[in-house]
Design a protein around this ligand. Sequence first.
Ligand SMILES: [Zn+2]
Length: 105
Amino acid sequence: MKFFPKQSKCPYCSTIYRYGDLRKMMYKRTDECYHCKRKFKVSRKSLLIFAAEMILIYTAVNIFMILLIKSLTFIMLFSVNMIITIAALLILPMYYCLVKSDKSK
Ligand SMILES: [Zn+2]
């Protein structure tokens, strides 16, 4: 069982990729490790986990706010949801997995 968000590593040499590197990889299907020069696939499977986690967070936060804040306004609800969305977009690159490409040995 893998836990997300996490730091992605090269499947071959375990070089840890920084957040900035992952952001660039988000738009690619395959990439080459800058350290060992082997090709790997950028897997999007864990985006389902991301979606599930986000639905849980949105639901929990909204229920919590509706129950606890008596003078809740639409603007308040909207801005909290916007903050969650921005945070989600920021951690999104951490959900991309680097897996061994089938073609390489
Ligand atoms: Zn590598």
